[in-house]
Design a protein around this ligand. Structure first.
Ligand code: GLC
Length: 509
C-alpha cells in the first residue's frame, strides 16, 4: 500500500463486544475477532477500527475507560491485542484503535485518587456547586455530586468524568498513551468526541484551543511512520469542521453530514459538493460514512418516510419498509464507495442488518435509554451481536455447544442474514460489498470526481480512473451512459437503471 494508504482506504469498524465471541461467554472478544480475520481479508478491507477495548465498567459500552494502557479482561489480554495487531498486519490489514480523551471512567486511577483526596482533583472538573446548567448529552444534569459535597462535570454518563484539559498532566498523559499504542504497531487512532475537550465557563463545543491539542498529537504521530489521527467531529458548520483537517492537525474525520442526509438527490449532492469544497483546498481526503455504533442502521433509516438521521431516536418505531430500505442501502453503499476519499463499513452493514427496534426495555444497556427516562431507545439496536451461521440464535456468534446467550438478543429472522447464508448467494449484500470493495481497490478511492449531466433525480459522476457511477433516486427508470456495467446494486430493467439503484460503468477506451 502507498505511503498515504489512509487517503483512499476502506475501513471496517469492529464493535468488539458484538463481533464474535471466542470463549462462549456471550460477549465478543479478541479471540473471536482473530478467528474471523480471514473473513475480513476476504471482504477486501484495508483497515480495522476497533471501538474501545480497554478495561471498563461499561457504563457507556467501553467509552468509560478505566485504564488506557490495557485490555478489558472480557475482551482478552494485552498480549492477545499485540498478537492481533501482528496477525492483521500479516494479512495486510491496518489497525486503528479508539482513544477517548474527553472523559475517563469513575473507575480510573486518577478519578479514584481525586475522590480520595480533594487536593488531587485538578485533572477533572470539580466545583463546590455546578458551574452552569449544562445537560448531559445522554440526558439529565451534566453535574453529579460526590459524598463530600463537591460536584464533577460529565458531558455524558456520570460514569464518564470529563478531563480538565487546562491541566498539563492531561496533555502529557495522552501523548504518552498515543506513544504506548504506536509503539505496539497501531496504525492510527480514532479520537472520540474530538471537538469537546476544551471548556470555558459557558461553552464546550469546538473551542479554538482544541486545535493546539491536535497540533501536538500530530507531532507525536509524525514521530512514527504512517500513523494517522481520525476525528469524531460532529459539527453542523463544515468550515469549522474542516479546520480540524488542516495539514498540521488530524488526517481525516468522519463525514457525518453525509451520513445524516436523507435519501434525496438534492440533499446528497449538496453534501457531496460541500464536502469536496471544504476538503480540497486543505488537501484532506473526504470520508464517506453510512453507519456506525451510534446511529440507526441504513436499511431501517432508508425504509422510513423520513430517511434522514438525527440523534434522539424520534423516528424509532415509525413505519418502515425494510425491502425498500434494503434496496436503497445497496444503492447507497455503491454511491459511498465510488466517492473520492476513504469509506467506512460498520460491522453488519455488509450483511444488510436492519436496526433491531423491538428490544425489551430490560435488556437495553445504552445509558441514553435510562437517562432519557426511556424516551430515547438508545443505540443498542445497531449493536446486536453479528449472525455468522446456523439457523437459530446465537447464529455462530459464540462458538461451541455451551455458548452463552449473546449479551443482546438476536432476532430469529436473522437466519436469512448470516454470513454463511450470504456467502454462496451471489445476489447477497455480502457479495455486493465483496465485489464492490475489490473493484474499488483498483479503480476508486483517493482522487477527484467530475459530475456528468443528468436529470435532477440522478447522481452521475466519473472518477479519475474513468469509472462512472450513476445512482437513480427518482421513481422512473433512467438510461445509462455508454459503457459496460461492472456492478449494479440491483438488476437493470430493459437496459435501464431502475429507481433506488446504483450502477458502476467501466472506464471507456
Ligand atoms: C462518541 C461515541 C459514543 C459515545 C460517546 C461518549 O460519540 O461514538 O458511542 O457514547 O462518544 O464517549
Amino acid at each position: 500500500m502507498s505511503q498515504t494508504w489512509w487517503r483512499g482506504a476502506a475501513i471496517y469498524q469492529v464493535y468488539l463486544r458484538s463481533f464474535a465471541d471466542g470463549n462462549g461467554d456471550g460477549a465478543g472478544d479478541l479471540a473471536g475477532l482473530r478467528s474471523h480475520l480471514p473473513y475480513l481479508k476476504d471482504l477486501g478491507i484495508d483497515a480495522i477500527w476497533l471501538n474501545p477495548w480497554y478495561p471498563s465498567p461499561m457504563a457507556d459500552g467501553g467509552y468509560d475507560v478505566a485504564d488506557y494502557r490495557d485490555i478489558e479482561p472480557v475482551f482478552g489480554t494485552l498480549a492477545e491485542a499485540e498478537r492481533f495487531i501482528e496477525e492483521a498486519h500479516e494479512l495486510g490489514i491496518k489497525v486503528i484503535i479508539d482513544v477517548v480523551p474527553n472523559h475517563s471512567s469513575t473507575e480510573s486511577a486518577w478519578f479514584k485518587e481525586a475522590l480520595a483526596n480533594p487536593a488531587a482533583r485538578d485533572r477533572f472538573w470539580f466545583a463546590d456547586e455546578p458551574l452552569n446548567d449544562w445537560q448531559s448529552i445522554f440526558g439529565g444534569s451534566a453535574w453529579t455530586q460526590v459524598p463530600d459535597g463537591q460536584w464533577y462535570l460529565h458531558l455524558f454518563d456520570p460514569g464518564q468524568p470529563d478531563f480538565n484539559w487546562n491541566n498539563p498532566e492531561v496533555h502529557q498523559e495522552f501523548e504518552d498513551v498515543l506513544r504506548f499504542w504506536f509503539d505496539r504497531g497501531v496504525d492510527g487512532v480514532r479520537i472520540d468526541s474530538a471537538a469537546l475537550l476544551i471548556k470555558s465557563d459557558t461553552a464546550y463545543e469546538d473551542l479554538d484551543e482544541v486545535h493546539d491539542v491536535y497540533r501536538r498529537w500530530r507531532e507525536v504521530a509524525d514521530e512514527y511512520d504512517e500513523r494517522i489521527l481520525i476525528g469524531e467531529v460532529w459539527l453542523p458548520d463544515q468550515e469549522r469542521f474542516a479546520r480540524y483537517l488542516r495539514p498540521d492537525e488530524l488526517h481525516t474525520a468522519f463525514n457525518f453530514d453525509f451520513l445524516s442526509c436523507a435519501w434525496d438527490p438534492a440533499d446528497l449532492r449538496r453534501s457531496i459538493d460541500l464536502t469536496l469544497a471544504t476538503h480540497t483546498p486543505i488537501g484532506a481526503p473526504p470520508t464517506w460514512v453510512l453507519a456506525n455504533h451510534d446511529v440507526t442502521r441504513p436499511v431501517t433509516r432508508y425504509g422510513r418516510a423520513d430517511t434522514s438521521f438525527a440523534h434522539g431516536g424520534a423516528l424509532h418505531g415509525t413505519p418502515t419498509d425494510l425491502e425498500l430500505g434494503y434496496r436503497r442501502a445497496r444503492a447507497a453503499a455503491l454511491l459511498a464507495m465510488a466517492l473520492p476519499g476513504s469509506v467506512y463499513v460498520y460491522q453488519g452493514e455488509e450483511l444488510g442488518l436492519p436496526e433491531v427496534e423491538d428490544l425489551p426495555d430490560e435488556v437495553r444497556q445504552d445509558p441514553m435509554h435510562a437517562r432519557s427516562g426511556g424516551t430515547n431507545p438508545g443505540r443498542d439496536g445497531c449493536r446486536i451481536p453479528l449472525p455468522w451461521s446456523g439457523d437459530e440464535p446465537p447464529f455462530g456468534f459464540g462458538t461451541g455447544p455451551g455458548a452463552a446467550t449473546p449479551w443482546l438478543p438476536q432476532p430469529e429472522s436473522w437466519r436469512k442474514l448470516t454470513a454463511e447464508a450470504q456467502r454462496t448467494d451471489l445476489g447477497s449484500m455480502l457479495n455486493l460489498y465483496r465485489t464492490a470493495l475489490r473493484i474499488r481497490r483498483e479503480l476508486l478511492g483517493d482522487g477527484t470526481l467530475t459530475w456528468l449531466p443528468s436529470g435532477e433525480k440522478v447522481l452521475a459522476f466519473t472518477r479519475d480512473s474513468g469509472l462512472t457511477c450513476v445512482t437513480n433516486l427518482g421513481a422512473e427508470p433512467v438510461p445509462l451512459p455508454a459503457g459496460e456495467v461492472l456492478l449494479a446494486s440491483g438488476p437493470l430493467v430493459d437496459g435501464l437503471l431502475p429507481s433506488d439503484t446504483t450502477a458502476w460503468l467501466s472506464p471507456q477506451g
